[in-house]
Design a protein around this ligand. Structure first.
Ligand code: KG4
Ligand code: ZN
Length: 357
């Protein structure tokens, strides 16, 4: 059975994983999933600093690859191919993973599989052993997939599944900010640490969802595109209206920002707006396409309210990865590579316009 070492360094997670074939056709088994998160490094800047990210990837990449191999109980000679995220992402960060992958593939003389990061997220539901993704057959076709992360908010219609290959058509995207970006940027305005999505999710549990009325972007009844940049401005305006000084740079001055109950109300209202928008657009897209199942992937798919509201409002079967495979990881890159038809050599990858988006 082939074993693939996958590497992911597109953003602030330095990750490596060894995957092999799963027990059901179209599924992948994860033998190891090593990850070093740089969140603590970037948190004090309120967002990702690309140069800090690439330097840290360079420091960590060998150790993370070693950990993945050791945990999987395999050595380099057992590998059949190397997979690596080759975009989209931060160019310096990508370069570290791609260079490491090319070096290993060239030295071992095995194929190199270049994986699009978004393709990785789309394949995260085919990793076996996940609670809400029992088998690939549970993805009934056509399947709508909502990819919600820090960089993207895209809807796809999936018409074919692995092992034959995933066939996905993009239906829509965000015209401006991604949903995760909306969580992170509004959280920052309220002085919450980066990345803000998980903090808003937690604090929102004690707040009133209708405390503040934020606008929904592109509310047309048939519109499945997204827009979240207006929300940022509305949060800024609401904070100022209440006499607060929204946090932008430097140290957080808590005395100038909402606390306790009011902070929870802000979080619950922001979250309800983002999540409500996502669910509304997903519903329209299901009606328009006749989708029989829904996959929700990417970092924001870990949001507890989003999962709750979807379960309430969406009638088709919903597949969501376990939280480990929602946020960036290398196992999903391995899953995409496992069913990829094309493989390259290190020098072929050099010729690709790998960093175009
Ligand atoms: O998929 P991911 O790890 O990286 C990208 O490819 O962008 O997604 C990261 C995003 C961040 O914006 C983060 O705030 C968001 O996912 N996120 C959440 C939650 N957990 C992570 N957003 C809302 N609620 C959560 N529980
Ligand atoms: Zn991602």
């Amino acid at each position: 059975m082939k074993k693939i070492l996958a590497i992911e360094t597109s953003c602030d997670e330095c990750a490596a994983s060894v995957v092999t074939g799963g027990s059901a056709p179209g599924s992948v088994r994860v033998l190891s999933n090593a990850i070093f998160s740089q969140v603590d490094l970037h948190s004090k800047f309120g967002g990702i600093v690309p140069e800090v990210a690439s330097r840290n990837h360079l420091e960590m990449i060998n150790a993370v690859i070693d950990e993945a191999l050791t945990k999987a109980g395999v050595s380099l000679k057992d590998l059949s191919a190397i997979a690596v995220t080759n975009g989209p992402g931060l160019i310096g960060a990508l370069l570290v993973g791609v260079s490491a992958a090319k070096a290993i593939a060239m030295e071992l003389g095995i194929p190199l599989i270049a994986v699009n990061h978004l393709d990785g997220h789309l394949h995260s539901i085919f990793i076996e052993g996940q609670e809400r993704c029992p088998t690939p057959e549970s993805a009934m076709l056509p399947m709508l997939t909502c990819l919600v992360s820090g960089g993207h908010t895209n809807l796809y219609l999936i018409t074919e599944l692995p092992p034959g290959g995933l066939k996905a058509v993009k239906l829509s995207e965000s015209r401006d900010d991604a949903a995760g970006e909306a969580f992170d940027k509004t959280a920052k305005l309220m002085g919450l640490p980066y990345p803000g999505g998980i903090h808003i999710d937690r604090l929102a549990r004690k707040g009133k969802r209708d405390a503040i009325d934020f606008p929904i972007g592109l509310p047309g009844r048939t519109n499945i595109e997204f827009s979240f940049s207006g929300l940022k401005t509305s949060v800024l305006t609401e904070l100022k209206k209440r006499g607060y000084t929204p946090h932008v740079f430097g140290d957080v001055d808590a005395s100038k920002l909402p606390q306790d109950r009011e902070l929870a109300d802000f979080c619950a209202s922001i979250q309800e707006t983002i999540v409500g928008t996502l669910v509304r657009k997903i519903k329209i897209a299901i009606d328009q396409t006749g989708a029989k199942s829904l996959a929700l992937v990417g970092g924001v798919s870990a949001n507890s309210r989003l999962r709750e509201l979807l379960a309430e409002k969406i009638k088709v079967r919903i597949l969501t990865p376990d939280s480990t495979y929602c946020t960036d990881n290398a196992a999903m890159i391995g899953a995409a590579a496992f069913f990829a038809k094309e493989s390259l050599t290190g020098s072929e990858l050099l010729k690709l316009n790998a960093y175009s988006s």
